[in-house]
Design a protein around this ligand. Structure first.
Ligand SMILES: NC(=O)c1ccc[n+]([C@@H]2O[C@H](COP(=O)([O-])OP(=O)(O)OC[C@H]3O[C@@H](n4cnc5c(N)ncnc54)[C@H](O)[C@@H]3O)[C@@H](O)[C@H]2O)c1
Length: 470
């Protein structure tokens, strides 16, 4: 998030010098190369325009923090894996070490901006770390959470729905808010820059992600009922979404939400509710995560139950591994749970994704829960290998050759225009398609001869008597 956000800031504010610093040398090397460390439409163009002019990438974190007036902290804030709050609370190790470093190297006053998503009242802790070691230097902490979505990050940064800045209600706090507002005002209309107190800004980010994820879990819960009753979830979502109070966006049923933020941020919200003695509020949000888990397992179980209740030794093609299209990001992708479930049932997987590298897929399928958000040397890799059961290939036709079934797990556009007749001819019969993103033309595929399962849609007669249990 830090790289793309600061690259756009450099592009829009040519008189401001922006230096993106990271302790990870490979990442910085990639930012300085022709192959950026992340895939994001439009990002390369932005970086090429500013790199070497007013945008720089460096591992010399201390030097550039020392020289700066405003420090944006965008470090990772994973879910804790051990100790108090494990599996829910945010792990602020990386944030705390960044704050201590800022305190150590600073010789002039600075505005420190929380860009990472953090628990509400983190700014208070950060303030304590900074002022405790401040040697008389003044630090102002601002909360400026980022709302970009991966896959559309550059578009979102150019035209954000809003920019949110929270700060202290003191003269110095308000001055800091104004300084940051002036930066964004280079390209964001001032009426879209919302200024609040620190705690509202911090909590609004968690609330926004919880609301978005809740919409997906709502429509996914509905998709299970659609399958049971013969309703079509696309029609239901359209009918519901035309109500202007509800709106049409974020109502696509799918195999489940993923990405680095939704689950992590809801778990964090649940933990904060619990810590504040609000178990009912915590349980409400817990259900959003539970329905997401249910949807992923429901999908995998549907695959197994449709294929005579066993996938042992059967080749299953997995089309798409990224958590959504137009990104190579696999963090918390539903594909991990679906693949692991099928591997546990002894299936042989042949995986193709246009953007995700084989090494990443293998790592994801071997990693312990929540470990993806920690540096590679700290990740625990499962002892038992998955290598014999998983094959990663470089195109959809190779993935589906001689397969018994294919699962669409990411809505990549290229999957819509595949030659399904050719695919059908090269698959074992009966040939199954399990569409976890509702991207294929089910009517056309049935005409070709496939047995098709589309999430939340009326079931093929073949599938009707099969249990849809999770
Ligand atoms: N990815 C998104 O779309 C998105 C959107 C909005 C908010 N966020 C939030 O932004 C934060 C970062 O997310 P991300 O996806 O960019 O994570 P990331 O893991 O891709 O990036 C974090 C980077 O911080 C670096 N880092 C860690 N400690 C450091 C230190 N002390 N000094 C310098 N660099 C350090 C890491 O090496 C890593 O490259 C999280 O809190 C996330 O919730 C992410």
């Amino acid at each position: 998030m830090g790289g793309p956000t600061m690259a756009v800031m450099a592009l829009k504010c040519p008189e401001i010098e922006v230096v993106v610093v990271d302790i990870s040398e490979p990442r910085i090397n990639a930012w300085n190369s022709d192959r950026l460390p992340i895939y994001e439409p439009g990002l390369e163009d932005v970086v090429k325009q500013c790199r070497g002019k007013n945008l720089f990438f460096s591992t010399d974190v201390e030097k550039h923090v020392f020289e700066s007036d405003i420090v944006f902290v965008s470090v990772n804030t994973p879910t804790k894996t051990q100790g108090l709050g494990a599996g829910k609370a945010a792990d602020l190790t990386y944030w705390e070490s960044a704050a201590r470093m800022i305190a150590d190297v600073s010789k002039s006053s600075k505005i420190v901006v929380e860009k990472s998503t953090v628990p509400v009242r983190t700014a208070e802790a950060i303030e304590k770390i900074l002022t405790h070691n401040s040697k008389g230097i003044e630090f102002q902490i601002l909360s400026n959470p980022e709302f970009l979505a991966e896959g559309t990050a550059i578009k979102d940064l150019y035209n954000p729905d809003r920019v949110l800045i929270g700060g202290r209600d003191t003269a110095a706090g308000q001055k800091a808010i104004k300084a940051l507002r002036d930066v964004y005002a280079h390209w964001v209309p001032v009426e879209q820059i919302i200024c609040t107190n620190l705690w509202s800004a911090e909590l609004s980010k968690l609330a926004a992600n919880a609301f978005l994820a809740q919409r997906i879990s709502s429509v996914n819960a509905m998709s299970a009922l659609c399958e049971a009753t013969g309703a079509d979830v696309t029609q239901v979502a359209h009918a519901v979404g035309t109500d202007t109070r509800i709106g049409p966006k974020f109502l696509n049923a799918s195999v489940g939400f993923g990405g680095s933020c939704f689950q992590k941020d809801i778990l964090n919200l649940i933990y904060i509710c619990e810590c504040n003695g609000l178990p009912e509020a915590a349980n409400y949000w817990k259900q959003v995560v539970k329905v997401n888990d249910y949807q992923k397992i429901r999908f995998a179980n549907r695959v197994v139950s449709s294929m005579f209740n066993t996938v042992s030794g059967k080749k299953i093609a997995i089309l798409g591994f990224a958590f959504k299209k137009d990104t190579g990001d696999t963090r918390e992708t539903p594909a991990i749970d679906v693949c692991n479930r099928l591997v546990a049932d002894k299936a042989k997987l042949s995986i193709y994704d246009p953007q995700v590298l084989e090494e990443q897929i293998r790592r994801d399928l071997s990693m312990a829960r929540f470990d993806w958000d920690h540096p590679v040397p700290l990740q625990q890799i499962k002892a038992e290998g998955i290598s014999e059961q998983v094959n990663v290939v470089s195109d959809a036709y190779e993935a589906t050759k001689d397969a018994h079934g294919l699962c669409v797990l990411t809505e990549w556009d290229e999957f819509k225009s595949l030659d399904f007749k050719k695919i059908f001819d090269n698959m074992q019969k009966p040939a199954f398609v399990f569409d976890g993103r509702n991207v294929v033309d089910a009517v056309k595929l049935r005409e070709i001869g496939f047995i098709v399962y589309s999430i939340g849609k009326p079931l093929d007669s073949w599938l009707k008597d099969m249990p849809a249990v999770a």
